[in-house]
Design a protein around this ligand. Structure first.
Ligand code: HEC
Ligand SMILES: [Cu+2]
Length: 287
């Protein structure tokens, strides 16, 4: 809807500029006074009046289009918080909020309203394949309503420069049939399937991971970093920048900054080999 009006508008202006340029090249000024008068009126009309009219028109048009995408509550509401440099995702579950991160599940064919905000600096939420783009501003909630029409896994990005690792702040949008989506939300709402005496959980807690990360169903309740309850079922590690495999996970825990400069997680390069293996094995089971 925006593409053709803008292409045609730009085409008309370009043609006009080219015609004037060709005229300027071909004529030889004879009367300097007349030339000056002509130049002045060109600046007034072409440089002030025309842009004012064109930009006012475009602004009105943009506001109307924007109103249609921001108005109206979708059936599904998903809250997304931008963080340096990952995404906090919260669904409205039947028994309270369902917390997840770096991946958004949506039902195909239904309007969904994103409630967008940020905890630190300005980020921007953008899923090009689904449309729309909206800033995430600290202390403010912006709403964006979109309707994904095709099932599949789509890429999302942060579209506003937000610091060192801005380019490594990606996410995935997983669009499935409404039935499959309902099953996914039910799975995400469940606590992690972890025994109290799991040796991996012990390493997790002893090293203070639980101060920053929550794993529902265990004593880990941190809210600083991503919720890890269903970490291993995500398609990517650390906001879309690696696949989740035991070896990428091992590298991430040992040195997050080597993968993402400035990542707000300490490096655990002094874990013993046995502890690291237990920890990685444990995280890979959080499905
Ligand atoms: C000081 C807080 C803090 C501590 C302590 C911490 N983390 Fe993190 N962790 C983070 C933050 C913040 C991120 C997100 C970084 C990013 O993607 O920019 C993160 C990301 C992760 C991820 C990737 C999550 C995803 O969705 O891809 C894993 C896995 C992880 N941490 C595991 C651990 C483990 C295991 C420990 C303990 C050995 C630990 N963390 C300790 C803050 C912390
Ligand atoms: Cu960002």
């Amino acid at each position: 809807m925006l593409f053709w009006p803008l292409v045609i508008g730009a085409g008309v202006i370009w043609t006009l500029v080219m015609v004037i340029a060709a005229y300027a090249v071909r004529t030889t000024p004879v009367d300097p006074e007349r030339t000056e008068r002509l130049a002045r009126s060109m600046v007034r009309w072409g440089g002030v009046a025309l842009p004012t009219v064109v930009l006012a028109g475009l602004l009105t048009f943009g506001l109307i289009v924007l109103r249609d995408t921001t108005r109206g509550q979708g059936e599904t509401v998903v809250e997304v918080d931008g963080e340096q440099w990952w995404w906090r995702v919260t669904y409205e579950g039947e028994d309270g909020p369902i917390r997840d991160a770096n991946e958004i599940h949506l039902p195909a064919g239904q309007p969904v309203t994103f409630r967008l905000t940020s905890d630190d600096v300005i980020h921007s939420f953008w899923v090009p394949a689904i449309g729309g783009k909206m800033d995430m501003i600290p202390g403010r909630t912006n709403e964006l309503t979109l309707t994904p029409t095709e099932t599949g896994i789509w890429n999302g990005v942060c579209a506003e420069f937000c610091g060192d690792a801005h380019a490594q702040m990606l996410f995935k949008v997983v669009v499935t049939d409404p039935d499959e989506h309902a099953a996914t939300l039910e799975r995400l709402a469940r606590p992690a399937d972890v025994a109290d005496d799991d040796p991996g959980l012990a390493v997790f807690q002893e090293n203070g991971c639980g101060a920053c990360h929550a794993i529902r169903g265990t004593p880990a309740r941190g809210r600083v970093g991503p919720d890890l309850t269903h970490f291993a079922s995500r398609t990517t590690l650390a906001a879309g920048i690696r696949e989740i495999t035991p070896s990428t996970l091992r590298r991430w825990i040992a040195a997050p900054e080597a993968i993402k400069p400035g990542a707000d997680m300490p490096a655990y390069d002094d874990l013993t080999e046995a502890d690291m293996s237990r920890l990685v094995d444990f995280l890979m089971r959080l499905e």
